[in-house]
Each structure stands twice: as C-alpha cells, then as structure tokens.
Design a protein around this ligand. Structure first.
Ligand SMILES: [Zn+2]
Length: 139
C-alpha cells in the first residue's frame, strides 16, 4: 500500500463536503489534518459513515458544539475508528454505535453480514464472498 499517494476519493469527498459541521471545510491539508487521507476504510462502510455524519450534524446543532471536529476516519486492525474532538456524551455514543455496526458489516461490499477475519495477516471486516475475492487477488 502506497499510503503517501492516497488521495480523497470522489465518494469520500462528497460525504465530507456535505457535512461541514463534522469535517470542516476543504481543503484538508496533510500538514494540518489526518482528514487529508479521506475516509481510510473500505467503501462498504461509507453509507454508515454518511449516516453517522448526518446524526452528528444534528447533535452538533442541537447541543451547540461549535468546536466539534472529526480528526480521522480509518480502518484500524479491521475495525472502524472515528476520531473526533470537541464532542460530548451524545456524539461519543453515536460514534460508538457506528463502530459497533461496522463490526458486522462488510467493509468491502457493505451488503452482507460480516466478521473480522485475518486474510494472510491482514485484518479486515469482510463477508465470505469478498474474503474469497480478496484472497484470490492477493495470491
Ligand atoms: Zn462483502
């Protein structure tokens, strides 16, 4: 993986731009924020992150959390991690809920019941179908 060459893909950018109360406004510079990496997880989780961002926007507005800011969204050891600052118990609870949902949702296709698997030492939350495809493509 050439992490240094990663860019924010179109779908991640669309989600990030749609929720400025959560992600701030572009540009996301690499020297300023890890959001410059975009959503560093499988696209299967993007709808879940979009739904989370919509709910966080509501909470930010209702609870007047003007300092709330997502810091990084990534897959870590096969699990969704959404790092933020300036939130409260409601934002923390909603983020936990999303991370919990992601644990049983395929990171790759987003459609099937999934679980954490190790594919040749690479941890990912995946359904059986995607795991078979991924193993094939990596061999
Ligand atoms: Zn899948």
């Amino acid at each position: 993986m050439q992490d240094q060459e990663r860019r924010i893909d179109d779908e991640a950018r669309r989600i990030m731009v749609a929720f400025p109360e959560v992600f701030g406004k572009p540009p996301w510079r690499i020297e300023e924020t890890n959001l410059a990496w975009g959503l560093s997880c499988g696209k299967g989780w993007y709808p879940l992150i979009e739904s989370l961002s919509a709910d966080l926007t509501t909470i930010v507005q209702q609870d007047d959390l003007s300092r709330f800011q997502a810091r990084q969204v990534k897959q870590k050891l096969g699990k969704l991690r959404f790092y933020s600052k300036g939130g409260n118990d409601r934002t923390a609870d909603r983020i936990l809920q999303a991370e919990f949902e992601a644990a049983s949702k395929c990171e790759h296709c987003g459609m099937h019941t999934a679980e954490l698997k190790s594919l040749g030492g690479w941890l990912t939350t995946t359904c059986d179908d995607c795991a078979a495809i991924l193993l094939k493509s990596r061999s």
